[in-house]
Ligand binder design. Structure first.
Ligand code: NAG
Length: 204
């Protein structure tokens, strides 16, 4: 029985790898309550059911704008939000496992929104550690260097491709669709699963 299960598992994994996964891009920003709501109540609870079929791309930028090649940044909810976006860009750059990325963003935004007046490190470090990273080596050094700027410029570039009206914006397979966007905010699971099932009938 055990051997059969192992074979089925291996076969299942191969089957998934041999097909194109569904791309899901999430454009969000650090101090946006709707973004946190999406991560906490839609993406978070759904992730386990869809993770085998999805390439997830979390893009922390939203309605920000970078000026002068990165020397100045403006964010929808103020400078503090720019800090949070940049911290998340740095951490996500280092996190390899998408499930860890989802947990990290949920953990980080929860603290970031609740503890508005504390400094970056105080609320960020525990989530970074939980994600298996080192605050100083993996996040602080990146945050304070050109790498942090490059990652945010890249997030801006990706975000501007879709020029989102609303944050968070969820894009499936690199094409924005207003119907899927609206549905995703209150029923992400069924929205994502409907698409996934077209390619992977056994999924969800
Ligand atoms: C993003 O970067 C690519 C490559 O540099 C460029 O061709 C493209 O126009 C940029 N897109 C936006 C929306 O800025």
């Amino acid at each position: 029985m055990y051997k059969i299960l192992v074979l089925l598992t291996l076969f299942g994994a191969k089957y998934v790898e041999s097909q194109e996964k569904i791309n899901i891009d999430v454009f969000y920003e650090a101090l946006c309550p709707d973004s946190f709501d999406f991560v906490e109540n839609q993406l978070g609870p759904t992730w386990n059911d869809i993770k085998d079929y999805v390439n997830l791309n979390l893009v922390p930028f939203g309605k920000s704008a970078i000026f002068n090649g990165g020397t100045s940044v403006q964010c929808q909810h103020g400078q503090r939000e720019c800090e949070g976006n940049r911290v998340m860009s740095c951490a996500l750059h280092k996190i390899q496992d998408p499930s860890t990325a989802v947990h990290f963003v949920k953990c980080y935004m929860n603290r970031f929104i609740r503890y508005a007046r504390r400094d970056r490190q105080e609320f960020g470090e525990s989530c970074v550690t939980k994600a298996g990273l080192n605050w100083n080596l993996d996040v602080k050094q990146c945050y304070e260097s050109q790498l942090g700027t490059r990652l945010q410029l890249n997030a801006e570039n990706q975000t501007n491709t879709y020029q989102p009206d609303f944050i968070p914006t969820i894009v499936y397979n690199k094409v924005f669709d207003q119907g899927l966007q609206d549905e995703s905010l209150y029923n992400f699971k069924s929205t994502a699963c409907t698409l996934i099932k077209k390619q992977y009938p056994q999924a969800c």
